[in-house]
Each structure stands twice: as C-alpha cells, then as structure tokens.
Ligand binder design. Structure first.
Ligand code: PRP
Ligand code: MN
Ligand code: MG
Length: 180
C-alpha cells in the first residue's frame, strides 16, 4: 500500500494515447511489412493495456507472447535487479520480434530483456515503448519507437501501477501526494 495519500492529475488523455498508438502502429506495420509472422512480446505486467491496443492497429499477421519482468515491486525506486518471472512460450530464433513496453525509466528492464532476447538470435529485434523518461536513464538504451517523452513525474494508468494500483485508468496520470 502507498504510505501517503495522493491524487492523480491527467497528463495524457485516452484520446491522445489512441491517436499516437494508431500512428505508431502504422510505422511498425510499414517496418515489418515483409515479415510472414511477427512475434509481439509484451512485458508484463505494465504493457498489457498498450499491447492490446497496439496489436489491434497492426495490419500484419502477428503472434502475441508475454515475458514477465519485474524490478520495482511495490516501491517507487528501481531495484536495478531485473527478475524474469515468466519466460516466452515461443522460440524466437530467426524470427522478427517486437518488444512492447509501457515505460523506459532507468532503462534496466529493457536493457536486460534486450540482452536476453538478442542472445536467442532473432532475425530482427525492435522495441516500442509508450513512454520514455530520458532524464532518468542510467543504462544506455532507446526504444525504436516511443509514444511520448515525459518529464520525471511518477505516472500511473494505461497499465502502469503505483504499488499495483491504478493500472486500469484509461489515461496516463501523474501522482501528486497530498497532506495527511
Ligand atoms: C516498470 C515498468 C517498466 C519498468 C521501467 O515495471 O512497467 O517495465 O518498470 O523501469 P526501468 O526502466 O527503471 O527498469 P515494474 O518493475 O514496476 O513491473 P510491472 O510492469 O509489473 O509493474
Ligand atoms: Mn514493467
Ligand atoms: Mg510496476
């Protein structure tokens, strides 16, 4: 449970997200137009809303798979230790893979996952992240597609949690702590 009470201020509306997801999907579709079946990999749990919206906008044959990585637990600070809690079911060797992530903060999660998956020799490995907080980066990694660059605010919604709460908001909001 969060230690302090907080309110959530809207930062990116559901409508703005939907328009950006559509534009990202058009670029991704174009990039992978020669692929016979793209494997889209969502990083659980944060990416579950984004991947659901994104794959429905892709005009491509896709397979969907998930990998569960966790570094924050219930805290606000990255543990900098990424644990793989659930691995892929698909074999990705020789295949085209798109990793879908909700947010890149320190970069530890994505860089760990990229290293893990590239070791399995996919044909192409690309990354799409909805949000990027470049000012927080500790590991050098960039997604191939980014939805929005955001300032260093603690954000929730559209899959992203604060201590496992608020993943079900339709928009991205920022957490503002209140007195008491
Ligand atoms: C969050 C978020 C990203 C990662 C980004 O996941 O969903 O996966 O942290 O932070 P980083 O760039 O500093 O590594 P979390 O560990 O909270 O797990 P969750 O997706 O299950 O919420
Ligand atoms: Mn995550
Ligand atoms: Mg989390």
């Amino acid at each position: 449970m969060p230690h302090q009470s907080y309110v959530i201020d809207e930062m990116i509306s559901a409508k703005t997200i939907a328009a950006r997801v559509e534009a990202l999907a058009a670029e991704i579709t174009d990039c992978f137009r020669d692929t016979d079946k793209l494997i889209v990999v969502g990083l659980l749990r944060g990416s579950f809303v984004f991947i659901a919206d994104l794959v429905r906008e892709l005009d491509l044959p896709v397979e969907v798979d998930f990998l569960e990585a966790s570094s924050y637990g219930d805290g606000m600070e990255s543990s900098r230790e990424v644990r793989i809690l659930k691995d892929l079911r698909s074999q990705i060797e020789g295949r085209d893979v798109l990793v879908v992530e909700d947010i890149v903060d320190t970069g530890f999660t994505l860089s760990h996952v990229r290293h893990l998956l590239s070791g399995r020799n996919p044909a192409r490995l690309k990354i799409c992240a909805l949000l990027d907080k470049p000012s927080r980066r500790e590991v050098d990694i960039r997604a191939d597609w980014t939805g929005f660059e955001i300032p260093d605010e603690f954000v929730v919604g559209y899959g992203i949690d604060f201590a496992q709460r608020n993943r079900n908001l339709g928009y991205i909001g920022k957490v503002r702590f209140t007195e008491d």
